[in-house]
Ligand binder design. Structure first.
Ligand SMILES: [Cu+2]
Length: 154
């Protein structure tokens, strides 16, 4: 969503400025509602530099709206696991300096190859059917580890 995107851009600017805090600043502020069961809320608020190590499948970010965004940055998808309503268009933007791809773990009816997902590139797909759509970047991950993500449509 807009705010999250802005935050990512700000982070990218920071990185471009030479900041070494590569994986930090994972703001959860765009997660709708007050159900921050995993986090207990952003305590501190000191420009959090927590790293993003343990975003598991439990860390499902519910995104509302007909169009939602996922960033591909520093070899992670952010947010990694999202939940959207059927008919939602999910947009992946390569915000970092590395090339990536977005490949479904099952099937091949959506996704983007590396040549079309260079830094600055955008890929979007509309998910009409309810289901769990796991995906990964074959350059920085496998189907089960590394640069992986999922879209839960329900
Ligand atoms: Cu990648």
């Amino acid at each position: 969503m807009i705010r999250r995107r802005a935050a990512a851009v700000a982070l990218a600017v920071l990185l471009a400025a030479g900041g070494a805090a590569a994986c930090g600043g994972d703001e959860d502020t765009s997660a709708e509602g007050g159900e921050s069961s995993d986090d207990g809320g952003l305590s501190g608020g000191s420009d959090g530099d927590e790293g993003e190590g343990d975003e598991g499948p439990d860390d499902l970010v519910v995104l509302e709206g007909s169009e939602v965004a996922v960033e591909s940055l520093d070899n992670t998808f952010r947010a990694q696991n999202i939940q959207v309503a059927p008919g939602t268009t999910v947009t992946w933007t390569n915000e970092g300096r590395n090339e990536h791809d977005v490949l479904p773990v099952e099937g091949d009816d959506w996704g983007v190859e590396v040549e079309d997902f260079q830094p600055g590139d955008v890929f979007e797909h509309t998910f009409d059917e309810p289901g769990v759509y796991d995906y990964y970047c074959s350059i920085h991950g496998t189907t089960t580890a590394g640069m992986v993500g999922s879209v839960v449509v329900e």
